[in-house]
Write a new protein. Structure first.
Length: 132
């Protein structure tokens, strides 16, 4: 499953361990046709502040970036600048307090990937069920 990118792993950030830095999450929703260029531009513009970047929920119209910055007043400037890029529909900032990922989200993301792969003929019938 990892080899076929059905399961992917990432690093979670511990904001309390980053003394002197304000950690925040920037969620960007974009028009699909702009996504590849926007991803490249956003990562280029924010490279000094990026902790981790990823595509949200395996979508091709959402970009998520964990950022760290030393000045809280720069956060709105970053959000507004990214939101002004061509193709960006919306940019939102979130501050991590507690990390929670409902199991239903994980199952839905795996099912989505498996359906894409099944359509491509790579898998026989595979069903993902809730772990108890």
């Amino acid at each position: 499953m990892t080899k076929n990118h059905v399961l992917e792993f990432s690093i979670n950030v511990n904001p309390s361990a980053m003394k002197g830095q304000i950690v925040f999450f920037l969620s960007v929703t974009a028009d699909r046709q702009f996504y590849p260029k926007l991803l490249e531009r956003i990562l280029g513009e924010l490279h000094d502040n990026i902790i981790l970047s990823f595509n949200l929920a395996n979508q091709v119209d959402a970009i998520g970036v964990n950022l760290a910055i030393d000045d809280v007043f720069k956060i709105e400037d970053i959000r507004a600048r990214i939101e002004s890029f061509d193709g960006v529909q919306e940019a939102n900032v979130f501050f991590p307090i507690k990390l929670a990922c409902p199991q239903e989200w994980i199952i839905r993301a795996i099912d989505h990937k498996l359906r894409r792969e099944t359509t491509a003929g790579k898998y026989a019938q595979i069903t993902v069920s809730k772990v108890r």
